[in-house]
Design a binder for this molecule. Structure first.
Ligand SMILES: CC(C)(COP(=O)(O)OP(=O)(O)OC[C@H]1O[C@@H](n2cnc3c(N)ncnc32)[C@H](O)[C@@H]1OP(=O)(O)O)[C@@H](O)C(=O)NCCC(=O)NCCS
Length: 188
């Protein structure tokens, strides 16, 4: 198990499929959570297999420090094109269990992942894609100061709203000067 990042209230870490599957199932079996995601997971065992596949592919568990409960998933991964082939464009994404909506956790974890993508992975730009009408997710992009670009059919083979954030000047300057960048607390 690897802890990737720590913020004020959260730890972002790799999945432990054996012990996390039940808590992840609570998230991905909930029709309210999966409404805009498409598919619903129907057993703890299939959830466990999914976590095995997703570990190392840009999917991380969000753990609430106070309770050590898994409150959701934060993603930083390459966007697939309409044929499912990975592009060079990275997206940030967020899925929270229903009981943890309305606490700012998606924004807190999203901000940490954006910082990580810029400072450690040296990404020049990070995107988010949201289904039209998904206002809760659009509001997260706004809180993260991501810029709306409009509709696109470039990814996943469906029409999505596209948002982007360019790497801040400070990271570009750090890279050019060969200082800062790697690691550190990616908190607020
Ligand atoms: C999209 C999703 C992550 C948004 O969750 P959320 O709780 O609304 O978003 P945040 O975690 O950023 O929390 C923001 C809310 O917490 C409130 N909040 C409370 N304490 C806060 C704090 N300390 N900091 C920031 N916001 C706080 C904000 O006011 C805001 O509520 P509001 O929208 O009623 O004004 C959630 O709806 C979800 O998981 N949906 C299912 C999965 C999904 O569809 N994911 C997106 C796919 S594109």
């Amino acid at each position: 198990m690897t802890n990737l990042l720590e913020t004020e209230r959260l730890i972002i870490r790799s999945w432990i499929p054996e012990s996390d599957a039940e808590q992840a199932f609570v998230i991905y079996n909930d029709p309210e959570v999966t409404h805009f995601l498409g598919s619903r997971v129907t057993s703890v065992e299939s959830q466990r297999l999914r976590l095995i596949n997703e570990n190392g592919n840009g999917s991380w568990a969000i753990v609430e420090k106070e309770t050590t409960t898994i409150v959701g998933t934060i993603l930083l991964e390459q966007l697939p094109d309409k044929d499912g082939l990975l592009t060079q464009d990275y997206e940030v994404g967020w899925h929270l269990r229903r009981a943890s909506w309305g606490k700012g956790y998606a924004t807190e974890a999203g901000r940490a992942m954006l910082n990580y993508g810029f400072s450690v992975l040296s990404l020049p730009v990070i995107y988010a894609v949201v289904k039209p009408g998904h206002h809760a997710s659009i509001r997260v992009t706004e809180r993260l100061s991501m810029k709306p670009i409009g509709r696109t059919n470039k990814y996943y083979g469906i029409e999505l709203l596209l948002f982007k954030l360019d790497a801040p000047e400070e990271w570009r300057v750090s890279r050019e000067q060969g200082v800062g960048g790697a690691g550190g607390d990616e908190g607020e």
